[in-house]
Ligand binder design. Structure first.
Ligand SMILES: [Zn+2]
Length: 83
């Protein structure tokens, strides 16, 4: 049996597990959130650790992909983290 990886809905926090490892999974959330990326749990944790001072004013409205870009720009997430 392979390892399971956890992916999290950035809107409501719903979790799913998949047997493959990827930065994110495109799917619609069973809680009615808009169709989008579920981020792997450890990636989302890093995105959430972007310091408040480094977040743009519209952080709360950004799509999770845009937050990920900010996290990468800030050096909180690097390419190896996405493997
Ligand atoms: Zn959701």
């Amino acid at each position: 049996m392979g390892r399971e990886h956890t992916y999290v809905c950035p809107t409501c926090g719903a979790r799913i597990t998949r047997s493959f490892r990827a930065p994110s999974v495109m799917r619609s959330c069973e809680n009615g959130c808009s169709f989008g990326h579920f981020l792997r749990a450890d990636v989302l944790e890093r995105v959430d650790s972007v310091p408040v001072a480094a977040r743009p004013d519209d952080w709360a409205e950004l799509e999770v992909e845009e937050r990920l870009l900010v996290a990468m720009r800030e050096g909180v997430v690097s390419l190896p983290d996405l493997r």
